[in-house]
Write a protein that binds this ligand. Structure first.
Ligand SMILES: [Zn+2]
Ligand SMILES: [Zn+2]
Length: 258
């Protein structure tokens, strides 16, 4: 780690830059992998979209810095002063609490996202903060972090604040960040990777996958959630799934079995 006599602003800058690089690499790797999968599963889906993808990558790399700074500062404080309620020892928390902590983090992230997202759909704020994300019509695997800096900030502070209040094991935190990364990419990639029996099941009615978020990009004023459909269903903003994705999933399955 960094030497202890390093001036604090300098140390914070180095840690924030290091986390920014990690977030950027995580984005490039995850989006790159699912873009490759898209080329195999839905050849031609991103054809002629080079300009859009280049713009999405530029905004996403800027977002990586906005995610990296607060995470870097909290990481530095954890390392130097024991800030946060993150524990490295698995036995420090009861076994049953580990899955519960993951669920709590996802539910809080989802709640913050739903309400900040609805707020950003007010016309004035939309133009300033959220139009960047909706420039992707339709989105691609590279849209995952394509946000204006104001929108990126609303997402970037949730986990760094939560770790001060809700205890979590570092491995469970890794799991939360993995779910956030994978769902962020796959919900935008333009096709459904989850099986039909799950998406159309009783459980699927409460979960957000590509079929659900694509409809937000098609119609704007519905389907605001991140992981769960709880708030959308409670507030009457759930319009169901994208007809295009559901129809194409059916065709692909039909073609594969015929
Ligand atoms: Zn989106
Ligand atoms: Zn939106």
């Amino acid at each position: 780690m960094l030497p202890h006599d390093l001036p604090v602003p300098f140390a914070l800058l180095i840690v924030s830059l290091a986390v920014t690089v990690i977030v950027a690499l995580r984005y490039l790797l995850a989006s790159g992998l699912f873009a490759l999968a898209t080329a195999r599963v839905r050849p031609g889906l991103y054809a002629g979209r080079g300009e859009q993808i280049a713009r999405e990558v530029r905004w996403s790399l800027l977002s990586a810095a906005i995610y990296g700074a607060p995470a870097g500062i909290v990481l530095w404080g954890w390392n130097h002063f024991g800030w946060t309620m993150i524990s490295a020892d698995f036995a420090a928390l009861p076994w049953w609490y580990h899955p519960l902590s993951v669920l709590i983090y996802l539910l809080v992230q989802d709640t913050c996202f739903y309400w900040s997202h609805r707020w950003m759909h007010q016309p004035r704020l939309f133009r300033i903060a959220h139009a960047v994300h909706h420039q992707s019509r339709p989105p691609t695997a590279w849209t995952a972090m394509s946000f204006h800096p104001i929108e990126a900030l609303t997402g970037a502070i949730v986990v760094p604040v939560l770790v001060f209040f809700v205890p979590i094991n570092v491995a469970m935190l890794g799991l939360v960040l993995t779910v956030a990364t994978v769902m962020g990419v796959t919900n935008h990639m333009g096709w459904e990777m989850f099986p039909r029996w799950l998406v159309h099941s009783a459980l699927g009615k409460w979960l957000i996958t590509a079929s659900h978020h694509e409809r937000h990009h098609e119609e704007y004023l519905c389907n605001f959630g991140l992981y769960f459909r709880i708030w959308d269903r409670l507030c009457g903003t759930d319009k169901g799934l994208s007809r295009r994705i559901v129809a194409e999933a059916g065709h692909a399955r039909g073609a594969a079995t015929s």
